[in-house]
Design a protein around this ligand. Structure first.
Ligand code: SF4
Length: 307
């Protein structure tokens, strides 16, 4: 067993930042990375009330633990967790159970918001009634549901567990779809414009591998089963391609992310800001006459519900 670079008397548990580290040093490293991302992008101001989207997976569970530890240092005055239940039978029930018990273990207030209650439709219903891409429909509803969850919990910031690799995949997906205007959404912090709650991603500079190891070494129980609808997603295809590239050209993931990030940041800086309109149906802030949730509701024939 190799020794920790900082404490030679301890055996190392993790290889991170080109060094072998014991578990406490590795925890400090991951927490310092998140803290520095928070400071660098002004993600949290003293007194902020933060709602973490807790899926029951490793990334969001690790984020909840990190924010719980960092809360007094970064000035979080209220930390809550919200789990979305999209209505995917045989999959989401286990995740909800795991998320609930993890939030209890951390003594963090937790609530579950189901698509059925919020929108009157479950993802399984959409799957059986339509041939449309489920992940994109799910993404539209998830964004709205998390906004509602945060507002109902009295929070003014939403935090998600997206890692450096998640951001690389999303950046590339937006380029492949020819939607450069959506690149702004992949920023570590997206500003809240009227009616939207700002979103932050404190793991934006942390690798998937380090987040997984952090969860594992912390003894976090997380769901390993993948969503059954994921196999048809563009994200999975992009992930597979990026992993193949990584095998033949190590660090290509990071290089690609940095290149697209530069283009994104330039685009954000040059984009004029137009005031948002209100959706003609639900009144939610929207760039178009109808928001995406109401467009989806019309296409699929369900009630948009609480907007
Ligand atoms: Fe929704 Fe797709 Fe994620 Fe499944 S994989 S939860 S359908 S976004």
């Amino acid at each position: 067993m190799l020794p920790c670079a900082n404490h030679p008397e301890r055996s190392a548990s993790a290889f991170a930042s080109s060094t072998w580290l014991c578990a406490p040093c590795f925890f400090s490293l991951v927490e310092a990375e998140a803290k520095s991302a928070i400071a660098r992008h002004g993600m949290i101001k003293p007194g902020d009330r933060v709602c973490v989207g807790l899926s029951g997976g490793k990334d969001s569970s690790a984020l909840l633990l990190v924010l719980k530890k960092l809360a007094p240092k970064v000035g979080i005055s209220r930390l809550v967790a919200a789990t979305l239940d999209e209505g995917i039978s045989g999959y989401r029930e286990e995740a909800v159970r795991i998320a609930k018990s993890f939030a209890e273990r951390l003594e963090v207030e937790h609530a579950v918001f189901s698509f059925g209650d919020l929108f009157g439709v479950e993802l399984d219903d959409i799957a059986s009634a339509s041939k449309r891409n489920l992940c994109s429909a799910c993404g539209v509803l998830r964004r709205r549901a998390l906004d509602i969850a945060a507002r109902e919990a009295g929070c003014n910031v939403v935090a998600t567990g997206h890692t450096r690799e998640d951001n690389a995949q999303t950046l590339l997906m937006n380029v492949i779809r020819g939607e450069p205007q959506r690149l702004a959404r992949t920023a570590p912090k997206t500003d809240g414009v009227e009616g939207f709650i700002p979103r932050i991603k404190p793991f934006s500079y942390t690798s998937e591998r380090d987040v997984a190891l952090y969860a594992y070494l912390s003894g976090i129980a997380f769901q390993e089963k993948a969503c059954p609808y994921r196999k048809d997603s563009l994200r999975l295809r992009v992930l597979t391609t990026l992993n193949k590239m990584e095998n033949v050209r190590p660090n290509s993931h990071v290089a690609l992310t940095r290149s697209i990030e530069k283009a994104r940041d330039g685009l954000i800086a040059r984009s004029p800001r137009y005031p948002l309109e209100r959706c003609a149906i639900c009144g939610y802030p929207s760039a178009r006459m109808l928001c995406k949730v109401c467009q989806l509701a019309i296409e699929l024939g369900f009630e948009a519900g609480r907007g």
